[in-house]
Ligand binder design. Structure first.
Ligand code: GLA
Length: 749
């Protein structure tokens, strides 16, 4: 509900209140953003300047309350007394529009530049600021758990303007905060870093051309005392996939200015008379229930308002992807063999990754030439897809349509179609980016990809992008608009195709891509121990339904770490489960184990994908309806480990529950020479007999089955002892290094 009375603007939603006022000089002063309060509380939040601070610039010399530098503002400018960072810049010209008018609409206010935006809001408030020749439109759209803000600048004058910076929002929050950013690189995405916001400006920015794995656009500001479950935490994110910028800085008056938008680095947009420029939509969330409460608000918003409607709350298929198993070396028969095996395991979708087109036998050539390689696939995609369909699986396909190898027919025919300037070309993974600002390039991509998609029964697409951009500023933004245009034209008419976006893993994990692709490949790093950190980082801002999470081989390709198959499954369960390893070499015990994993996941799939997610001290949990699933993960094990407890959150303390752990199996080989102590005959621990037994026989690991109240589970229930070095105990948890399990908690029958 949005109201505007007596100069007070109030946005009241299920999870927050947002209050600001227009002052006597036409400035918008921020009053409150937090857990719901009454609109009549507005006055109580007003920061009174009294006689004002010395050495300030006043708009009215007689009025100490007219100092923009000390106000908590909703928007500001340079050159008119606010000496803090400005959310807009016009190449050195001062622009200082003031309140002009406002309006409230039902639903969203559709954007016009082709940027994606959140859908199905209750109401939108538009506040227009104006001065001769310029209008700034501030949009506030109310969703139940978040508010979105965006800015449009309109040139209403007769001179062309140089817009060098335009943030999507600017906000002065009262008080001091810590900032959390999510940073990294390839195969190390979403590292969480927290710093106090002091008087120097802290900037979170991408200048790579994309939202990037270096700095995810999403940030958090938290009360220094906030914990996982208590205290105020703000979250901000951008519905945008290109260069982004956000900053936080505390003023002397203890106001923390935060802003977010397209990176102003090298940005300069020529705004002709009559033209306007739209900044992307930014998301603002708050919770007084700590980081968990904030994440919950973000998750609900993404699941209900960002993900394409068709895929909201819709179970995602368990896929098999051939990449880590085959790379570029495959043909029809090998793929079909894998598909048969994947089907037997329980997979529902077979995805053919890179290497199916042109002369793409390694990553030096072929990108851009989306004609099927008939040597590898003599029956074409149609033949392969229908053979896969006959097995009872869906078929999916990889593309990297934004890129081109210099060694490709496309590049040879159109060398002018790549992003370039007067400097020599720079390659990344031996490839260039196509210039998506050019209509003919976009038409080519739309035509080529659409033709392939319509040539066979393809129900899933992995849309990859594997290099950084060289486009700067305006060009870089136009590229992203071009990308959205292409995605909309290809997938708009094909809503049944499940799109999974990927950029060398998580180099473009953002809300802009999620408006088109319900899931994103989190990282090329599938080591489950590294994935714990990556998926935990993502979980602050994005729901687990958006995580492409696959089980791969051990030792792992990037870490050489050997982790139990059970743990690889237990980590990937908390996302959209897939398998990505060579199935040909699976041992009989591994086949059984994967079958059991998939059966288990199918039983609880909706809960894993869409349940209410919570971070635990040593794992994660998801809950939906009466069922909670908790994953508990260990690092290196120690001799004679002590007791361990599992604390489960969010249960009804009065209800009696049964907590059962997933039945896991132990490999005989895990015990090595110890077997010789208990075997009735003499066995060579390295011999063929031992190997054969190890490949076929497993021992049950101890299984928990605990009946107790929700209150007891909240306090922490004692788990079975771990392997103590005193022998095999069928009741103990014999997990070894990187062991884990998933616990199912349901009301007792
Ligand atoms: C990127 C992706 C991988 C895979 C390869 C194929 O690295 O992130 O998942 O698709 O490209 O070349």
């Amino acid at each position: 509900m949005i109201t505007c009375e007596n100069g007070i603007f109030a946005i009241q939603a299920e999870a927050y209140s947002y209050l600001f006022r227009v002052n006597h000089q036409g400035r918008l002063e921020h009053l409150y953003f937090g857990a719901p309060v009454k609109t009549t509380d507005a006055e109580a939040f007003y920061c009174r300047p009294g006689l004002g601070w010395g050495a300030s610039l006043l708009l009215d010399d007689k009025d100490p309350a007219s100092c923009p530098d000390t106000m908590a503002l909703e928007w500001s400018c340079s050159g008119r007394g606010d000496l803090r960072e400005s959310p807009m810049a016009f190449g050195g010209q001062t622009k200082s529009p003031v309140y002009h008018s406002h309006a409230v609409f039902d639903g969203i206010a559709p954007m016009e530049s082709g940027l994606p935006q959140a859908q199905e809001a209750s109401q939108t408030l538009l506040v227009t600021l104006a001065q001769p020749g310029l209008e700034i439109q501030l949009y506030y759209t109310a969703f139940p758990t978040v508010l979105t803000r965006r800015t449009v600048v309109k040139n209403t004058g007769s001179e062309t303007l140089s817009l060098t910076k335009l943030m999507s929002f600017c906000l002065d929050l009262p008080g001091s905060y810590h900032i959390t950013t999510f940073d990294g690189s390839w195969i190390q995405e979403m590292g969480k870093h927290t710093l106090p916001v002091l008087d120097s400006r802290i900037v979170n920015e991408s200048t790579t051309g994309f939202s990037s794995n270096r700095h995810n656009p999403g940030i958090l500001l938290s009360d220094p005392e906030a914990t996982e479950d208590s205290g105020r935490v703000y979250g901000f994110n951008l519905v945008y996939s290109g260069n982004h910028y956000s900053s936080a800085q505390r003023s002397h008056q203890q106001l923390t200015r935060v802003m977010m938008g397209i990176s102003p680095d090298n940005f300069c947009w020529k705004l002709a008379p009559g033209a306007d420029f739209e900044a992307p939509e930014a998301v603002l969330a708050v919770s007084d229930a700590g980081f968990d409460g904030l994440s919950q608000n973000m998750h609900r918003f993404v699941n209900d308002h960002i993900i394409p409607k068709k895929w909201q709350n819709r179970a995602r298929p368990i896929l098999y992807n051939d990449w880590e198993g085959c790379g570029f070396r495959f043909d029809h028969n090998r793929l079909l063999g894998l598909a048969r095996k994947a089907k037997k395991l329980g997979c529902e979708l077979f995805v053919l990754d890179d290497g199916w087109f042109g002369k793409r036998n390694d990553d030096h050539a072929g990108l851009g030439d989306y004609t099927v390689n008939k040597k590898k696939l003599p029956f074409g995609l149609k033949g392969l897809a229908s053979a896969v369909n006959k097995l009872g699986m869906e078929f999916g396909l990889w593309f990297e349509p934004e890129s081109v190898n210099p060694d490709s027919d496309l590049y040879r025919a159109h060398p002018d179609w790549v992003l370039r300037d007067e400097h020599p070309l720079i390659l990344g993974r031996h490839q260039l980016l196509l210039d998506l600002t050019k209509p003919e390039v976009r038409d080519y991509i739309v035509e080529k990809v659409s033709r392939v998609l319509d040539s066979a029964n393809i129900s899933y697409v992995k849309w990859d992008m594997n290099r950084h951009s060289v486009a700067l500023g305006e060009k870089s933004h136009r590229y992203i608009l071009g990308l959205y245009d292409v995605l909309g034209r290809i997938f708009g008419p094909r809503p049944n195709i499940l799109l999974e976006s990927c950029a060398s893993g998580g180099n473009r994990f953002d809300l802009g891509m999620l408006c088109f692709s319900p899931q994103i490949w989190c990282s090329d790093n599938t080591d489950p121990i590294d994935r714990l950190a990556i998926q935990t980082g993502l979980s602050y801002l994005y729901p687990q339904s958006t995580f492409g999470a696959h089980v791969s081989a051990a030792p792992h390709a990037q870490t050489l770490r050997h982790t139990p198959l059970a743990t690889r499954g237990n980590v990937s369960f908390f996302g959209c489960l897939g398998y990505e390893l060579d199935l040909k070499h699976l041992l009989p015990v591994e086949i059984k184990e994967i079958q059991a994993q998939i059966t288990f996941y199918k039983q609880y799939r909706k809960i894993f994908q869409f349940g209410r997610f919570r971070r635990l001290a040593e794992g994660w949990q998801v809950s939906r309806g009466d069922t909670t699933l908790a994953g508990l993960y260990s690092g290196l094990c120690h001799a004679a480990p002590g007791y361990q407890w599992l604390k489960v959150k969010g249960l009804n303390p009065k209800v009696d529950y049964r907590m059962v752990s997933r039945q896991q199996r132990l490999r005989i080989g895990q015990f090595g020479g110890l077997i010789t102590h208990i075997a009735p005959i003499s066995i060579n621990p390295h011999g063929i007999l031992m190997r054969t037994v190890d490949h076929h026989v497993t021992l049950p690991d101890g299984q928990e089955d605990i009946h107790c109240s929700g209150a007891a589970l909240a306090s922490g229930v004692a788990l079975a002892p771990r392997f103590l070095g005193t022998g095999y105990d069928k009741n103990a948890r014999t997990q070894g290094d990187f062991g884990s399990n998933v616990y199912v908690i349901e009301p007792a029958p």
